[in-house]
Structures are given as C-alpha cells and as structure tokens.
Write a protein that binds this ligand. Structure first.
Ligand code: ATP
Ligand code: MG
Ligand code: MG
Ligand code: MG
Length: 576
C-alpha cells in the first residue's frame, strides 16, 4: 500500500469531547469519525485494525467448531415479545416502526433470532451440539454513550450461541468457548484477565468476563496473584460479608436541623452499598465569616482511579435533605482546573474549587460528599478539615485490596478493566419461552440448553490503545496494527536511489506477506515520523541517501528510543 493512495488524516488536536486517551488518539490518528452521539464511521486506517481483530476472532471461533452465519440487524418485535424482552428491556432497546406501523427493533444481541433458527433447523439430537455465530452491527441506546467507540450506540459484536442436548453438554460448550476466548485474547497481544461475573438468575458460576487491564477501565476487578481467584467487583462484593445498615427514613430523622447535616447523616440517609461503583467524589464545605454568613463554598473533587466523569458532576441536591446545597457544576470545575472536560488522571486533583458564592447555597458546617448521579453509591465520611487521603475512599469498599482471597490462598489485588468479552451459560432461558426443542433418542421432545458468547469487536481497538500508548501516540501490538511496517524514504523526490530502494523494499515485503505501507507523500521527515508515531505502526524503516551509501537502512520499533542501523540486505529477514 502506498500512502499517496490511502486516506491518512491525522489531527494535531483531539476534539474537546474526547475524554480518554484512546478516544483522543483514535480521532487524532484518523481511525474513526463521529457522525452523531455514539455513532462513528470507521475510516480506512481504523478499519484495518478492525478487520484484523475480526480475522483472529473468526479463525479461533471456526477452530473451536463454531459456524458463522449472518442474522439481521432489524428484527420484528414478535420474536422479542415471545421471550418477553420486548417489555422487559428498557430504553436501551432501540424500537422502530415500518411504514405499516409494525414494530421492529434494532438488535442489541441475537438470542431471539438464533433460537428461532435453531428451533427450525436443529430437530434431532443428532444435530447437536451446534454453535452459531455472527460478527454483526449492534445498536444499544446507551444512556451515556462516551469514550468514542468504547461505549458507542452502534457497534460491532461477535456473538455466538451454543445449543446442546443437556446441561452437561452446554457446560462443555461453555468450556470450549472459554478456551477459544483465551486463544483469541492471547493473540491480540493485550494484557487481559478472565474474571468470574455474575450469572444472574441462571445460577452457577458459568459466566466470565474478559477484561483488558487499563487504569481508565469502567470496571473494577479483583484477583489473587497467588491463586486462580479472579472476579469482577460486583461478583466479589456479592460474596463479601456485608454489615446490616439502617433504613433510609430513620436516618433522615436523625438529621438535627433542617438545612444542616453532617456527612455522617448524609451517609446514612443515602443508605447505599459501599463504594461499589463510585467513580468520583465531590466534597464540599462552606467557609463562614464571623457573622456566620457563607463567604465561600469550597468544593473538592476526588477522582478515583479510572474516573472520567468530570463533565457529569452536577448533582443538584442530596435527595430529601433540604439544604439547597449545590455541587459545583462541571463548568465551574473545568474553569477552575483550566482543563478540558473529562479525564484528569488517576487519583488526581485535590485542589480546592472556589464556587462563586451563591447565597442560597448550603448552610452546612460540615463536609458533605456525593457523587455523580449515575454512581450514587457514595457514602459520606467525616473527612475533617484535612484533605482526604485517596486511599481512604477505597477503605469504604466491602472488598478492599489486601483482603484475604475467598479461596484463602492469598491476598486480593484490585485493578481496573475494560470488558471486551463476556461468556454466559444460559440454560433454557430462551429455548423455554420460544419452545426450541429437539427429539431425543427416544423420540421425545427436549428443550435445548444454550450458552451465549460475546466479543466487543469495535471496543477492542480502544481498549488496546488505553493499554498501549505514549505521549506521541498509539503503539499497536503487531497482531492488530493497521500496518505492521512503514517504509519512510527521505528525499524520495530528489533521489532516484532512495525511490528505487524504498519501492523495492515495499514490494519485497508485500510479496512475502508483510503488511507494509510506503510513505510516498513527500512529507518532511519530522512530520512523517510524527504521523506514524501517532498512528502507532510498530516497525519503521527509514531509507536515506546517506544510509544507502553505507549500505544501511535505519530500523526503529515504535517502543525503541532510537533507530538501529541494519545492513540493507538484512532488513527483510529482520522484519519477517
Ligand atoms: P457493558 O458492561 O460495557 O455495558 P455489557 O455487559 O452490557 O457491556 P454484553 O451484553 O456482555 O455487554 O455484550 C458483549 C460485549 O459487547 C461486551 O463485553 C462489550 O465488549 C461489547 N459492548 C457492549 N456494549 C457496548 C457498547 N455500548 N459499545 C461497544 N461495545 C460494547
Ligand atoms: Mg451494557
Ligand atoms: Mg458488563
Ligand atoms: Mg457483559
């Protein structure tokens, strides 16, 4: 591939709404383009990454005996009514009407459709087990689409569905997928962890999430370095012992004077499970003058690891506590910190914010804390007048780093992760309402036992970048890089030797199956190198007149600090 024929569109600055580094870098590297909230085009550079991910997924799924098909994006409502999900699912399910006023949905997953196929096609025990999958567009009307393709509304998922004769068979199918998923995620070259997840009403432990480890991940995961124990925080907390807590109403009566509350009051009032999903914490206090007038309200923002909710912090009031207290708005906080809305970094910012005194504001003497709306799992603590220590927040969890592992084999470590895959034993959850049965050896109809297995194909590049980047840009693992090698000729327009050598190297590499791009745009070296460092191509070869005279080319891996001279004749074997 030649750069002059390709579409390269790098940007100096990321758009203001790009809060996390992967979103910023994907926009700057010209991988994706925003069309609307949570809706993105995949530009040629990004699409190459996506296609490589899909190819790996497809190979390993096929290797595990799964069969690819392609099911529709737009699905008639009646199938969703059969399973009850039409009424059970909330606004995340995108519903549309056709010209005849008939109801349809845009699929968030495909259990209904695949179960309908199975009940028609898989009629005998002889046809089981079967595993059917597709790599197809999904739509979920997420409440807060954000971080670019990480949590978008339209995205691509690989979803597979297994059909078995009995629970034992289904569990074996599940285990075969668990193995295939490990093979897939190993090949991407990312650091990940498979963790036990809640399997909801189905019971058993047969649900695992595959989490790419990254400080900006939305999920917390807990594991024991000395044993096999690994779970997501929800699962870990569900198993952790919990102190009984007072009911909210009682707590409210304890508030001494209307309009005044201590943090402890707020804590009890909110009566929320401990820090389970807390991502950010707002702490506020008033400074009063001698006459007791509020002269200043200070709002402190404490971000827990991996928080990126800055622009969401605008909770109006603590419910039921009629203090008129107001948290700082995102704008105020952003103004103060002089930063873009969004991510400020792990365990960051404990700088006071002066909120322009709004006289209506709090008459509170004590600290109060709260969190953003969605993560209202906050408990107040009397921090005192001193700045809270960041780790004090972690202490509020039921599950804390350093706790003994439930298997008793060591101590727990907590990390943040990005959910890139999820596998699930379903039992007859879908086959029962849809009556998907087969005839057993005795000719008797039996319900099929199912499992489902998803991979967030379009989320993966973003997760990969969260884990692999530096100040200059993306650093792709070879397996999913848009190009593996970039050939950068210097002065190609002036030197026939450089041009010929660059073209030959490109052609030779391409002929031996290396995914190579020749940068023949005629950019200055500085701009050219900056582009490729931003885009993150792992291997770069520089060809210059001077080097050619010495019979040398310059090789540099994206992680190397400097280039290495390589004899021109050896570069090919070096890269292959
Ligand atoms: P999340 O917890 O991130 O909302 P989920 O548990 O709702 O994800 P699943 O139903 O398990 O998602 O779907 C399988 C996979 O699809 C997820 O593991 C994730 O990688 C991907 N995925 C889910 N929602 C999105 C989204 N809005 N944008 C991109 N990928 C997504
Ligand atoms: Mg979700
Ligand atoms: Mg999830
Ligand atoms: Mg999930």
């Amino acid at each position: 591939m030649k750069a002059s024929q390709f579409l390269i569109s790098t940007l100096k600055e990321a758009p203001a709404d790009a809060e996390v580094v992967s979103h910023q870098l994907m926009m700057r590297a010209g991988m994706i383009k925003r069309l609307g909230a949570g809706i993105y085009s995949w530009m040629p550079m990004g699409l190459r990454v996506l296609r490589k991910i899909e190819a790996i997924v497809r190979q390993e799924m096929n290797r595990a005996g799964a069969v690819e098909l392609l099911m529709p994006v737009v699905q008639p409502a009646e199938y969703w009514q059969e399973t009850g999900r039409w009424s059970k699912m909330g606004p995340e399910l995108m519903r549309v009407k056709d010209r005849h006023e008939r109801d349809f949905i845009i699929q968030p997953t495909s259990e209904e459709v695949v179960t309908d196929i199975a009940r028609q096609e898989l009629r005998s025990y002889k046809q089981l087990p079967r595993n059917l999958y597709h790599i197809q567009t999904k739509f979920r009307d997420e409440r807060r689409p954000r971080f670019g393709v990480m949590r978008s509304r339209e995205f691509i998922m690989k979803d597979a569905y297994s059909f078995d004769r009995d629970a034992a068979g289904a569990k074996a199918s599940y285990q075969s997928m668990a193995k295939a998923y490990r093979a897939i995620f190993d090949r991407f070259g990312l650091r990940y962890r498979a963790v036990a997840a809640d399997s909801g009403a189905i019971g058993g432990d047969l649900s695992e999430e595959f989490q790419v480890i990254a400080a900006t991940g939305e999920d917390a995961i807990v594991y024991c370095p000395d044993s096999e124990y690994a779970a997501n925080m929800e699962k870990a907390e569900a198993l952790a012992p919990r102190e009984p807590r007072p009911a909210p109403r009682q707590a409210l009566e304890k508030v001494p004077t209307p309009g005044k509350a201590t943090c402890a009051d707020v804590a009890t009032f909110l009566d929320l499970p401990l820090q389970r999903t807390v991502k950010s914490l707002v702490l506020a206090t008033d400074r009063t003058d001698d006459a007791g007038q509020v002269v200043e309200t200070q709002v402190w923002l404490l971000l827990l690891r991996g928080d990126h909710d800055m622009n969401e912090i605008k909770v109006g009031k603590v419910p039921g506590l009629d203090t008129g207290f107001r948290f700082a708005t995102a704008g105020e906080i952003v103004d103060h910190f002089g930063t873009k809305p969004g991510y400020l970094g792990p365990l960051d910012v404990r700088k006071p914010v002066r909120v322009v005194a709004d006289r209506e504001v709090a008459v509170m003497a004590d600290w109060i804390c709260g969190s953003n709306e969605e993560d209202f799992h906050t408990v107040g603590v009397n921090w005192g007048r001193d700045l809270p220590e960041p780790h004090a927040v972690a202490d509020l969890r039921n599950v804390v780093e350093g706790d003994p592992s439930p298997d008793g084999k060591g101590r727990l470590v907590i990390e943040r992760g990005i959910e890139v895959g999820h596998i699930f034993y379903l039992g007859t959850k879908y086959s029962a309402p849809m009556n998907a049965s087969f005839l057993d050896e005795g000719g008797k109809p039996q319900l099929m036992e199912m499992g489902c297995y998803g991979i967030g194909v379009t989320r993966l590049p973003a997760a990969g970048i969260e884990q692999n980047h530096d100040a200059r840009g993306i650093i792709w693992p070879d397996a999913i890089a848009p190009f593996t090698v970039v050939v950068c000729p210097i002065g190609m327009d002036r030197s026939a030797e450089v041009k010929a050598a660059a073209e030959k190297l490109h052609d030779d590499l391409a002929a031996s199956g290396v995914d190579v791009l020749l940068d023949d745009r005629g950019e200055r070296p500085g701009a050219m190198f900056a582009d490729w460092e931003l885009i993150g191509v792992p291997h770069r070869v520089v060809i210059s007149d001077r080097g050619l005279k010495e019979g040398q080319l310059e090789y540099q891996h994206r992680r190397d600090a400097a280039a290495t001279k390589v004899p021109a004749g050896e570069v090919l074997s070096f890269l292959r």
